[in-house]
Design a binder for this molecule. Structure first.
Ligand code: 5RP
Length: 262
């Protein structure tokens, strides 16, 4: 493992490296967004270049599409491919049931559509993302710009009757302007600290006019691959009720590490 990676990047890298073992030739694969997913895309690119792995990737953001093309992973759109064998993506938090908070990278909408259109979703994460209860990470909610302040007020009102610890809602900014998603929407971050009933909250949020989608992924993810900085990886499958440990020992080619931006 390259010595100059930070411990967190080592953990993300080994989780990503293990996840691409699940990809077989002929598969249509959803490509997640974020720094962990970026490692996965680079590792997939390595398999395409070195083993001649034949896959079609469906990216969940413009950033991921750009990286996939740069590392040689063929990409297509969900409309062309329609259904996927597997999606591999990162997460901001996951709990024991593999309920997730996603959207820290503002790509939750495409990520949820792509993951839902997949036979299987594998989440790759460093161990710090595992939580007993979701909510310490602010919950991203994508809203349309039209009337966003009204939508924000409705979200705040809705939260009053929800089982959460805190109710601050903030508009995500990019410098001095609202951050704009790939779908030209805004992101609200819900600072809840603890989400008592993620399933109920996910349903209720999506009833609010102006809300496009929320970052709670419930019953979508089947498998989590947890990476550790020392090279250990744990593969947990909630459907099979299994958990196995592995260690990644590898000598990656330098070109995997040539593009570290994400
Ligand atoms: C992007 C996401 C990411 O998967 C999530 O934010 C995790 O990112 P990272 O792997 O960089 O920690 O949901 O919208």
């Amino acid at each position: 493992m390259p010595a100059d990676l930070s411990p967190i990047d080592k953990a993300k890298f080994v989780a990503a490296k293990r996840a691409v073992d699940f990809v077989q030739s002929g598969m249509k694969v959803g490509l997640g967004t974020g720094s962990t997913a970026a490692w996965m895309v680079r590792c997939l690119g390595e398999r395409v270049r070195e083993e001649g792995l034949k896959i079609i990737g469906v990216p969940t953001s413009s950033r991921t599409a750009e990286l996939a093309r740069a590392v040689g992973v063929p990409v297509s759109s969900l409309d062309d491919v329609k259904w996927l064998d597997l999606t591999i993506d990162g997460a901001d938090e996951f709990d024991l049931n593999l309920a997730l908070i996603k959207g820290g990278g503002a790509a939750l909408l495409q990520e949820k559509i792509v993951a839902t259109a997949s036979d299987q979703m594998i989440v790759i994460a460093d161990a710090a993302k595992e939580v007993a209860q979701l909510g310490a990470f602010p919950l991203p909610v994508e809203v349309i710009p039209f009337g966003w302040q009204t939508t924000k007020a409705l979200i705040e009102e809705t939260l009053v009757s929800m089982d959460v610890l805190n109710r601050d809602v903030t508009l995500r900014m990019n410098g001095d302007r609202p951050l704009i998603t790939d779908e030209s929407n805004y992101i609200m971050d819900l600072h809840l600290k603890r989400i008592g009933n993620p399933r109920q909250l996910a349903l209720v949020l999506n009833q609010i006019p102006g809300v496009v989608e929320n970052g709670l992924f419930i019953d979508i993810c089947d498998v989590v691959i947890i990476g550790h900085a020392d090279g250990r990886v744990t593969v947990r499958d909630i459907n099979a009720g299994s958990e196995s440990d592995d260690r990644i020992d590898f000598a990656p080619p330098d070109n995997i590490f040539s593009d570290m931006g994400d």
